[in-house]
Design a protein around this ligand. Sequence first.
Ligand SMILES: NC(=O)c1ccc[n+]([C@@H]2O[C@H](COP(=O)([O-])OP(=O)(O)OC[C@H]3O[C@@H](n4cnc5c(N)ncnc54)[C@H](OP(=O)(O)O)[C@@H]3O)[C@@H](O)[C@H]2O)c1
Length: 278
Amino acid sequence: MKPSHARVLLTGATGGIGQATARALMRAGASLLLVGRSEGALDEMSRQLTAAGASASRVRWIAADLTQARDVQRLVIEAARLDCNVVIHGAGLPAFGAFQTLPAADIRSVLQTNLEVPVLLTQALLPRLLTLPQAQIVCVGSALGRMGLPGFSVYSASKFGLLGFAEALRRELADTTVRVQYIGPRTTRTRFNAPAVTAYNRATGTSADTPEFVANAIVQLLTDGTAERFLGFPERLAVRLNALAPAWFDRVFRKHAAHLRNSQNPTPTAPSTPLARH
Ligand SMILES: NC(=O)c1ccc[n+]([C@@H]2O[C@H](COP(=O)([O-])OP(=O)(O)OC[C@H]3O[C@@H](n4cnc5c(N)ncnc54)[C@H](OP(=O)(O)O)[C@@H]3O)[C@@H](O)[C@H]2O)c1
């Protein structure tokens, strides 16, 4: 769809990728319904967007904790009122660390926020989207949604789940006006990545993208309608090869597992493969 025809419900709008995506969509002519939990952050963002040239009628926001059914209901009503025809599921939580060390409560939150939330929000929005001449649902996944790395077991589980959801729903809705898409960024420089992840990434010799790069890719995906896209090289290639030869990648990522173990005791080694990414 042309961005200028898009009325976008954007979750995760107050995050690093979300803020950059809001700016990129605004420049491309879209109208926005920004969603995050902090009223203050959303208000400030909408001020900045209007100061940068967007008319106030093109930038709306609603504070909502997407894990709360009542907040989701309010959001669905507001999306209908504003006639949103695009949903970008950007809200997400990170999880990094040796699997045995992850607290059960964190595991539940990550699976809920990264998988259950977009699934249930999509289900709540879908009846109205299906009545529109054209609608798009964009799931912000991850390269780790197609390639599991040591230290990212639970995060990968959530993003693999989101990929499966997007693929199956896209096929289920193939003869409707609703298109379902998945974008898999690699590591992106936002607050999402704790210092331990940054150290892991440095030790595994890989590079990170800017949120602006990811935002432009999201606008491009919206415009060209591509079903699924992974960002960055060599990650784009690695996710495909990983699907074909997982056992070979098991050997490659032994070094990453060694780094994970060593990062929890004081004699780290530096794995050399360039394939680790989000
Ligand atoms: N950064 C990366 O390296 C990277 C790489 C690949 C994919 N991704 C994916 O890209 C997306 C955005 O990441 P980011 O880097 O922009 O992260 P971020 O800066 O940490 O932002 C996360 C966003 O999610 C929102 N959120 C979290 N829990 C929520 C909840 N219960 N209800 C409503 N909103 C909630 C946050 O809202 P509040 O402001 O209210 O907390 C914030 O807007 C995520 O899905 C992430 O998995 C990130």
